[in-house]
Design a protein around this ligand. Structure first.
Ligand code: PMT
Length: 218
């Protein structure tokens, strides 16, 4: 039996993509399936935690035993995260949050125009950075970094700039890993330590990641 390393702890996890509306029928999104984030949520539950899962739009059945909040946009995910983070011991941002949203969401379907059209986008709030910036009741804050090049350098940059305790980096340029696949490979970075987790199922990786986090808390 798995030791209940997180008994009495609350873990909040974001998963999946966000969806940024352009008009009533169109949106901007990405290829996140939610598999990695849901696997982390199940792993934390297996280790005895109370789990809040904040999920963007995915095609995974809503898990029993987890407190699920479903959201669509980054703005909604930000609001849910700031509500749950102060009640959490651990916050993990696995969602692929859109960095930008439309400056205006058209009320009516946008009509076909000339040969070019320009969309104006504005920056979304950085959810994980807002959580890490909490003064009171700041949880142990873990981010993910999805990179296609210079993985270590970019991941360490995000760890530092967003004031995270830990970041899990994945190379999303590799076929069969990262977005939407059942397998992944991760490098875990802390300020003064790193650990490489070779390719395996997201289920197995999630358990290793959650155990690594639990080890830092105790
Ligand atoms: O969902 P799957 O199909 O299983 O795929 C898993 C995954 C590839 C999506 C996952 O492993 C992963 O890498 N998630 C993070 C994706 C991402 O958006 O990375 P990023 O490097 O752009 O963002 C860095 C960190 O900041 C992340 O923790 C992200 O959640 C967070 N962020 C980013 C932008 C924003 N506005 N707010 C945020 O909180």
């Amino acid at each position: 039996p798995t030791p209940k390393l997180l008994k009495g702890r609350t873990v909040t996890i974001t998963a999946g993509p966000t969806r940024e509306a352009l008009d009533p029928v169109r949106y901007i999104t990405n290829h996140s399936s939610g598999k990695m984030g849901y696997a982390l949520a199940h792993a934390a539950h297996t280790l005895g935690a109370t789990v809040n899962l904040i999920s963007g739009p995915v095609n995974i059945a809503a898990p029993q035993d987890l407190n699920i909040t479903t959201v669509s946009s980054a703005t909604e995910m930000h609001e849910a995260a700031l509500k749950l983070a102060p009640q959490s011991d651990i916050f993990i941002g696995c969602a692929a949050v859109a960095d930008y949203r439309a400056a205006d969401i058209a009320d009516q379907k946008i009509k076909k125009q000339g040969n070019e059209m320009t969309l104006t986008l504005v920056k979304n709030p950085d959810i994980i950075a807002s959580v890490a910036a909490l003064q009171d009741k700041r949880p142990y804050t873990v981010g993910f970094a999805a990179e296609t090049q210079d993985i270590q350098q970019y991941a360490l940059g995000k760890l530092k700039n967003k004031h995270l305790d830990m970041i899990c980096a994945n190379d999303v340029s590799q076929e069969g890993l990262g977005f939407n696949s059942d397998n992944n490979a991760l490098t875990l970075f802390w300020a003064n330590e790193q650990r490489t987790l070779p390719t395996s199922s997201k289920t197995e990786l999630a358990l290793t990641v959650i155990k690594a986090i639990a080890g830092k808390l105790s």
